[in-house]
Design a protein around this ligand. Structure first.
Ligand SMILES: Cc1cc2nc3c(=O)[nH]c(=O)nc-3n(C[C@H](O)[C@H](O)[C@H](O)COP(=O)(O)OP(=O)(O)OC[C@H]3O[C@@H](n4cnc5c(N)ncnc54)[C@H](O)[C@@H]3O)c2cc1C
Length: 282
């Protein structure tokens, strides 16, 4: 199916994209187009105008910043997959297939906030910060406050997501991502990212992000709290995840019931935590 006709603009800077968004408030930003264009072709989205941000140099690339990293919104999944970014490189390898990874961007994925997208789990587990620029200037949004429901984020009308800031994870940190992909779409039926800091034989910090299971990605704080200060052996992790996911709070669809998703959350959480711990303590 063809999308309805639309006006097309190409922005050459973030400032120009913001000014175009003020002129065309109903316009959508076009990044890799791998979520937006299919939605337009299916007529699930019919924006009157697209503002292409694909050739804005300042939105591209990964650079070191304050010991951590700053990842430009237009950085592709492929670039992330082959980077040294902790956790994100592993997660990017799980996104779709190489053609999608060559075009799709981390900024587009986070802004779109598909409930089955992979990165949301990772940015929550990493404690990343999402930076947005708009007519009133720039602001930093902690990942914990970014995802606000099905396809809903803290981004405001007229804002451009510009970069993702990833904190430094040095010696003693470990991470892992475990995913059960939908066999047709490849999106996460459930995906779990875990980040652990080991010190003196115990976990000083435990952060977990879960995607696919609910309307938006979330942190299972009961699991994190049950494990902080402990050595993450099999029995301890198994006890912490047991019954930690309430099916009443989870999605249900013809492929995976809420009960099935709760069981997947438990199993993938355990696997991700044990692998992250092995990396942190090993
Ligand atoms: C066949 C297929 C399989 C896929 N499988 C997976 C998968 O397994 N896991 C997964 O996570 N994803 C998957 N995806 C989605 C893919 O990762 C998309 O690339 C991604 O969700 C959107 O990124 P994009 O750059 O293509 O954004 P676009 O499609 O260009 O934009 C998506 C939305 O975000 C907005 N937007 C884009 N950039 C910005 C910005 N910088 N600031 C503010 N708003 C912005 C746009 O206006 C639009 O509303 C799949 C896609 C396809 C086509």
């Amino acid at each position: 199916m063809y999308p309805p006709s639309f006006r097309y603009y190409r922005a050459s800077s973030v400032a120009e994209a913001i000014s175009l968004l003020q002129r065309e408030p109903e316009a959508r930003l076009l990044a890799g187009g791998h979520s937006l264009i299919p939605a337009m072709k299916l007529r699930l989205a019919s924006p009157p105008a697209l503002i292409d941000i694909g050739r804005i140099p300042e939105l591209r690339g990964i650079r070191r910043q304050d010991g951590g990293w700053a990842v430009g919104a237009m950085t592709t999944h492929r670039e992330i997959e082959f980077s040294e970014l902790p956790l994100l490189a592993e997660v990017a390898a799980h996104v779709a297939d190489p053609p999608v990874r060559n075009r799709g961007t981390i900024g587009g994925s986070l802004a779109h906030a598909d409930p089955g997208a992979d990165y949301p789990a990772a940015v929550l587990a990493l404690g990343a910060t999402i930076v947005a620029a708009g007519p009133r200037g720039q602001r930093s949004i902690p990942a914990d406050q970014f995802f606000q429901g099905l396809f809903a984020t803290a981004l405001e009308q007229g804002e451009v997501l510009t970069e993702i800031q990833v904190p430094a994870l040095g010696q003693g940190w470990g991470w892992a991502y475990e995913k059960f992909p939908h066999p047709a779409s490849g999106y996460a039926v459930v995906g779990v990212a875990a980040v652990v800091q080991a010190e003196g034989g115990v976990a000083r910090q435990v952060r977990v992000g879960v995607t696919g299971a609910a309307a938006s990605a979330f942190r299972p704080q009961r699991v994190e709290g049950a494990l902080a200060g402990k050595a993450l052996d099999e029995a301890t992790v198994r006890a912490a995840v047991e019954g930690a996911f309430d099916p009443g709070q989870l999605l249900s669809d013809p492929f995976a019931s809420a009960d099935y998703r709760a069981a997947l959350c438990q199993a993938l959480c355990r696997r991700a935590l044990l692998r992250a711990w092995q990396r942190a303590a090993g």
